[in-house]
Design a protein around this ligand. Structure first.
Ligand code: MG
Length: 160
């Protein structure tokens, strides 16, 4: 049987004034961004947690603690690159990744391909191995009220 592992990641960040909105490594024009210690890229955070989960290596809070000033304002895509490095170090290869952004606004479709490219590039895989989808919650809940953005990700890793 091939040694493959599945990983699941989930994250939520609140909207905040005076912040850039960074999703999937892409800065998107919007009246607000997301609050967080890093650039608060909720989609990349979910993806990193999925990868760390599949490796049974804890979570991003363990690897990049938000109490550490070294990670203040850091690009999450840069952290994803480090997670990719850890994956290689531990002898894992990313077979596939799929993600979902949950938000009412802004619309994501125009940015989807760039997000896929940015995350795939950081992971060192072809763009077709990284999926990005988006959904609203029909105005319901914290994302529907535009209090924040949620994201989830699943990945499949194979032992090299
Ligand atoms: Mg986060």
């Amino acid at each position: 049987m091939p040694d493959v592992r599945i990983g699941l990641g989930y994250d939520v960040h609140a909207f905040a004034e005076g912040r850039a909105l960074v999703l999937g490594g892409i800065t998107i024009t919007h009246e607000r961004g997301l609050a967080g210690h890093s650039d608060a890229d909720v989609l990349v955070h979910a993806l990193m947690d999925a990868i760390l989960g599949a490796m049974r290596e804890g979570d991003i809070g363990l690897h990049f603690p938000d109490t550490d000033p070294a990670y203040a304002g850091i690009s999450s895509i840069e952290l994803l690159r480090r997670v990719a490095g850890l994956m290689a170090e531990r002898g894992w290869r990313l077979l596939d990744a799929d993600t979902v952004l949950v938000l009412q606004r802004p619309r994501i479709s125009a940015h989807r391909e760039m997000m896929r490219q940015a995350m795939a590039e950081a992971l060192g895989v072809n763009t077709d191995r990284v999926g990005v989808k988006a959904t609203t919650t029909e105005g319901l809940g914290l994302t529907g009220r535009e209090e924040g953005v949620a994201a989830s990700a699943v990945v499949l890793l194979e032992r090299v």
